[in-house]
Design a protein around this ligand. Structure first.
Ligand code: C2G
Length: 469
């Protein structure tokens, strides 16, 4: 039996009412980690919806199962904090998926409520009670409520494309950070994104500096060529940076960013999601363990057919399959063989605009060889094969979202199978390491080092030099 069951005191106000009385019961749920202003205001408004408020606080086990990362406070502390708010008449523990529906029936609940970040997700409960989504609190900067040992980091997003939209729901599953603002030079784009995700909107009109002054860190999700300028400006304003891949398109710029971060005690991380997910890390450890002998060959392939009208296939300067996908395919090569290759060669198939729709990079190392294959206009089987003197590792597509791989040997009956979770878009892993790094835990260094990031940018730079030849 988990210890918390013995130690928590579940609060229950002694309100005398019988079923049939006009008592309106409201229920809400949450992790309530690092209890902050957003939680307080949510509970305050939840209580105001009725007469009796039941709060379901998630158990550690339940949070793990739904992929919530970085939860800092214990269940006991989180319950204590909800209790201290003074709004809860009863506190229960949410332990399993599907419990909400049972609680609503069990406690004869009239209203289920939760923040607007969940809009639509709990509509199915409206069959049993009223469902109310309360507006999420955008700014949670109140020093009164911020826990000083673990302040909630306020994050701003730069860019409003597809990846930015995927990032927001993922960020809700990482504790200790809250996306509060968005920046896009174009006001209409910034406003539309802000409206959709309940954020403060910044554009050229109210200024990038204003945007930076309201956040502690940024996530850069713009087209590649703008990464360097935004990252440098953000760091010059003292902000930590998580930047989409490729962090820059040159070795020098990437080095400059990391050097600046080091000199100013800031965190900069390149968001190659694969590097941070548990399955890929397990795969790399397995390859390094000696299980398959000495690694001699790596074949990494990632192809994704794009719309020929897309930015990726029309931007003659920065588009193409290699700039778009090489961060993934180069990752296992650089991780396992290192950055000291003897030779790299590129071969591409180009479209009528001269943009590469399919590229192979061939590497020669002292101890082995490798190919990184990327395609936006040619489809292939996207596999990762790591060949050793004793056996090989095979990870099928989509290996860049590693959830399964096999270790195989000469004997075809001897196959070892490994599975790991990769939740939804998998952006929560890099974000969770980013938060840990800002809070002083350097463990993510091992997952993607400065040297590796610089080497990947250097190879992309080499490729870009050969593009017009
Ligand atoms: N909240 C808010 N404003 C914030 C942050 C959170 O209004 N800036 C709300 C959330 O929408 C939620 C509650 O506060 O209603 C608790 O938030 P979390 O602790 O993050 O819990 P959450 O992961 O949203 O769990 O079963 C669990 C529930 O589905 C909600």
């Amino acid at each position: 039996m988990p210890i918390y069951r013995l130690s928590i005191v579940i609060l229950k106000n002694k309100i005398n009412f019988n079923r049939g009385d006009d008592v309106k019961k409201v229920i809400t749920y949450g992790t309530f980690d690092l209890f902050h202003e957003g939680h307080y205001k949510l509970l305050e408004r939840a209580k105001a919806l009725g007469d009796y408020l039941i709060v379901g606080v998630t158990s550690e086990e339940f949070d793990r199962s739904r992929g919530k990362l970085n939860v800092v406070d214990s269940l006991v502390t989180r319950i204590e904090n909800v209790k201290k708010s003074g709004f809860a008449d009863e506190i229960i523990v949410e332990e399993v998926q599907g419990q909400k529906f049972r609680d609503i029936k069990k406690y004869n609940v009239d209203i289920f409520t939760v923040g607007s970040d969940w809009t639509g997700k709990f509509d199915y409960l409206s069959e049993f009670c009223e469902v109310v989504y309360l507006e999420r609190t955008k700014d949670i900067s109140s020093t009164e409520l911020r826990n000083s040992s673990h302040p909630i980091l306020r994050m701003g997003i730069i860019g409003t494309g597809r990846i930015a939209s995927r990032f927001i729901p993922e960020s809700h599953l990482v504790s200790g950070i809250s996306v509060t603002s968005v920046y896009n030079p174009k006001k209409t784009s910034a406003d539309a994104f802000a409206e959709k995700w309940d954020l403060n909107s910044y554009s050229e009109e109210n200024g990038f500096d204003e945007f930076l002054s309201c956040v502690d860190c940024v996530y850069i999700a713009t087209p590649h060529q703008f990464h360097y300028d935004y990252a440098m400006k953000a760091m010059k304003a003292g902000k930590h940076v998580l930047c989409e891949k490729p962090i820059t398109l040159t070795k020098r710029e990437t080095e400059e960013l990391y050097d600046f971060a080091e000199e100013h005690n800031l965190v900069i991380m390149e968001g190659i999601k694969t590097a941070f997910c548990p399955g890929f890390n397990k795969l790399i450890s397995m390859a390094c363990s000696g299980k398959i002998g000495t690694v001699r060959n790596i074949e990494a392939c990632f192809t994704k057919l794009e719309n020929p009208k897309s930015r990726e296939l029309t931007d003659t300067e920065y588009g193409g399959s290699f700039t778009e996908l090489a961060s993934y395919t180069l990752l296992p090569i650089i991780k396992l063989f290192g950055t000291d290759y003897e030779e790299v060669r590129f071969d591409s198939i180009k479209n009528e605009k001269g943009i590469d729709i399919f590229t192979k990079a061939y590497f020669r190392y002292k101890s082995g060889m490798a190919t990184a294959t990327c395609g936006l206009g040619v489809k292939s089987e996207g596999q990762l094969i790591i060949s050793g003197t004793n056996g090989y590792i095979l990870a099928e597509s989509p290996w860049w979202k590693t959830s399964y791989f096999e270790v195989r040997y000469e004997d075809p009956n001897n196959i070892e199978k490994y599975s790991e979770v990769f939740l939804k878009f998998g952006l929560r892993y890099e974000l969770s390491d980013f938060v840990s790094a800002i809070n002083g835990n350097k463990k993510n260094d091992i997952k993607l080092t400065k040297k590796e990031s610089v080497a990947i940018a250097g190879i992309i730079e080499e490729f870009m030099k050969t593009k017009n030849q």
